[in-house]
Design a protein around this ligand. Structure first.
Ligand code: PLP
Length: 307
């Protein structure tokens, strides 16, 4: 894909407030591979865009919320790969557009808004038929971009990790990234996903199914932790913001608040609870998502203006 530079994905040693000599934590910098198509989204899109080309599709159509990293990434990737793009956005239209949607429109993405109830039916057959009627022969990517081709892409993130390790950590939204990573793990390496969603217990089932559809190997080397969603998707707290600020001051790396901040907070907390045995090496995937910070500005200011 244009301008994606995988050599930028370095494995960087980091410190945490609860760091100690027995546990080493590294961050795999997938946030650095491209200014816009950053982190896990590049890997999720890679084989899907190839497939779309192969099928001679001209347009990529996908779904997402108004602040979605996925919508942001698809608009940029579609443009750089020579596709038109359509974004079906959950909820009402607000003007002026927020930075995420403005970026999408600037990349030529056409936006359509759907009320939440209709949006919920997006995976149904009748809905798909309606899309075909309205938009023609488009390549449809599900919300979050998770499908079997996405797994094939995210498994490749492992090739960038240049050190040996015992634990692999990744944030979880729709679960596609973690599922792909799991299928690429060998030996006794374990994966831990950190759910950003409250009530994400269904994700284990989703991920098991994704894995069994794309690999004949059996996997019991993974878990999802549900303790660090901070009240739900897009929910943040003062404690989380202060942790992410501490992390930036001490490592010179920015984390987003929705995914990577929560994961890293969780890793730090699990270290203090002695979850990881002595001499463990942990590699966490920085999945990017920094575009979302702009849209969170007012939320952050509000948290700090009330005591
Ligand atoms: C989309 C996204 C995730 C979640 O990936 P899934 O494959 O949906 O689980 C994690 N981190 C960032 C920054 C994302 O944008």
């Amino acid at each position: 894909m244009n301008n994606v530079d995988l050599t930028k994905s370095i494995t960087q040693k980091i410190i945490l407030p609860n760091s100690n000599n027995n546990i080493e934590v590294y961050l795999q910098r997938e946030d650095l591979i491209h200014p816009f198509i950053s982190g896990n989204k590049y890997y999720k899109l890679k084989y899907n865009l190839e497939k779309a080309k192969e099928k001679n599709k001209e347009t990529i159509l996908t779904f997402g919320g108004a602040y979605s990293n996925h919508i942001h990434a698809v608009s940029a990737a579609a443009k750089s790969f020579g596709f038109k793009s359509i974004g079906i956005i959950r909820g009402e239209e607000y003007k002026p557009l927020n930075p995420t949607l403005q970026f999408a429109v600037d990349n030529g993405m056409k936006l359509y808004y759907l009320d939440r109830k209709t949006y919920r039916n997006r995976t149904e057959k009748s809905f798909r038929e309606e899309i075909a009627k309205q938009f023609g022969d488009v390549y449809i990517l599900p919300e979050g971009g998770t499908n079997e081709l996405a797994l094939k892409g995210t498994a490749e993130i492992l090739q960038n990790i240049k050190i040996d390790f015992e634990y692999l950590c990744a944030p979880v939204g729709s679960g596609g990234t973690l599922a792909g990573l799991i299928t690429g793990l060998y030996d006794s390496k374990k994966a831990i996903g950190f759910s950003s969603l409250k009530g994400g217990e269904y994700l284990s089932g989703t991920i098991s199914e994704l894995i069994s559809n794309s690999s004949i190997r059996k996997f019991d080397n993974w878990i999802i932790n549900h303790d660090y969603h901070f009240g739900g998707f897009a929910k943040i707290s003062r404690e989380l913001i202060e942790f992410v600020n501490w992390f930036k001051d001490n490592n010179n790396i920015q984390l987003d608040l929705i995914y990577n901040g929560k994961m890293m907070f969780g890793i730090n907390d699990m270290i203090s609870k002695k979850y990881f045995p002595s001499n463990s090496r942990i590699v966490a995937i920085h999945t990017g998502g920094l575009q979302g910070l702009t849209g969170m500005k007012s939320k952050i200011e509000k948290i700090f203006s009330t005591k």
